[in-house]
Write a protein that binds this ligand. Structure first.
Ligand code: ATP
Ligand code: MG
Length: 368
């Protein structure tokens, strides 16, 4: 895409969850129109769509319809059908492309790809059948289903062969056994890839609880040396994919450096704080990049702590905060039909100029 798509061009989004909703809010503010494809007409993004297509993500005719009524198409999650996307991308309608999707959809391929770029990963091996567990030594391991995982779903930690024998895996599904990493921190690097350059947000520092992202602090408190390394690895990934749009890479920080965990070719939960804490949010940059803008470099204007709200906590959070609460607290509620247990239904972003101030906000609101 050489020319920038100007408003009111139509942006088609495959997937109508909260990432699609926040992309759409930014796009609408910039003057674009939104079309959405999702099986659920009450999904968070549906109310923002000019055309809503109720269909499964692998419904070829529905995807064709989305491509026809949109000037550019993006996806908000990894499980969009990469073969179909590849087909549409022949005419350049999906700037993110299909390669990043194909790789990130399969944990084994993703790790092989990172290794091919000389990016260190936890030791891993493939598990195709129960006997493959016998090759494992140096326990513990994390066993992950290669496809369709998110929020730690399809993952099991095993401490010995006996634990492996107890696992009821669903072969011929493929699995990966990853060495359990006793990390010091988890970080993510989120970059925005434009046609003429790649911009970075400073890294995010993430805390997971039960495999689900709980909080992200921005910027991460890591050394300049590690930060440089994390940018370098992420740049290597983005460049080798010829990627356009926002993408995220998750790393484990250990005493020996950083290890690649996984990548997401889309805006990322850890970077929601950029809405309030940066001159441009990750969603602004994603929309700018896929509509063919020249490179934009975001600046951090505030320290942020982003806290996810899970379904079971929504009512108590709503009682504690109102949407317009002052004192640096920003509440986002995605408008999901049901507040399901362990599903993300919103987030809170706390902002402050300095760490001490951020700490005070956290304590004042007895947040963590
Ligand atoms: P998400 O959707 O939150 O990105 P996911 O289901 O795609 O998660 P991972 O990122 O692979 O899965 O794992 C979720 C979390 O589980 C990690 O962020 C980390 O806290 C923990 N974890 C995963 N792999 C390992 C490992 N090899 N060693 C230690 N902890 C791990
Ligand atoms: Mg992850």
């Amino acid at each position: 895409m050489n020319q920038r798509l100007t408003p009111p061009a139509h942006i088609g989004i495959i997937g109508g969850g909260q990432l699609g909703q926040m992309m759409a809010l930014s796009a609408i503010q910039q003057g674009y129109k939104i079309n959405v494809l999702d099986p659920d007409p009450s999904c968070p993004c549906a109310q923002l769509a000019e055309t809503f297509i109720k269909a499964d993500f692998n419904d070829v005719l529905a995807l064709e319809h989305l491509a026809e009524c949109s000037d550019v198409v993006t996806y908000e999650f990894e499980n969009a059908d990469s073969v179909l996307i590849d087909g549409f991308n022949l005419n350049g309608k999906v700037p993110q492309g299909a390669l990043a999707l194909t790789l990130s959809q399969h944990r084994l391929r993703e790790k092989e790809f990172a290794q091919s770029l000389k990016i260190p990963c936890p030791n891993y091996s493939s598990i195709h059948k129960q006997e493959d567990f016998h090759q494992l030594h140096d326990f513990p391991y994390v066993i992950k289903r290669c496809r369709y995982g998110y929020d730690g779903k399809g993952q099991f930690t095993v401490k010995n062969q006996n634990d492996c024998d107890q696992l009821k895996l669903n072969f011929p599904d493929e699995y990966i056994a990853e060495q359990f990493i006793y990390f010091e921190k988890e970080i993510s690097v989120v970059c925005a890839c434009f046609k003429d350059g790649i911009s970075f947000f400073e890294p995010f520092e993430n805390v997971h609880v039960n495999g689900i992202l709980s909080s992200s602090r921005h910027p991460a408190q890591i050394s300049e040396q590690l930060k440089k390394l994390a940018y370098e690895y992420t740049l290597r990934i983005a460049q080798s994919l010829n990627y356009i749009g926002v993408m995220a890479v998750e790393y484990f920080v250990t005493k020996d450096g950083i290890l690649f965990n996984e990548m997401a070719p889309r805006p990322h939960n850890s970077a929601h704080g950029t809405i309030e804490g940066c001159t441009f949010s990750q969603f602004d940059l994603h929309i700018a990049a896929i509509t063919g803008s020249h490179q934009i470099q975001p600046k951090t204007t505030s320290l942020t702590l982003m806290l996810n709200i899970l379904g079971q906590d929504l009512q108590s959070v709503l009682q504690k905060f109102t949407v317009m609460d002052p004192n640096h607290v920003h509440l986002h509620v995605y408008g999901k039909k049901e507040a399901r247990t362990n599903r993300k239904v919103g987030h809170i972003t706390l902002c402050a100029a300095q760490n001490a101030e951020l700490q005070k906000v956290i304590e004042d609101w007895s947040i963590v």
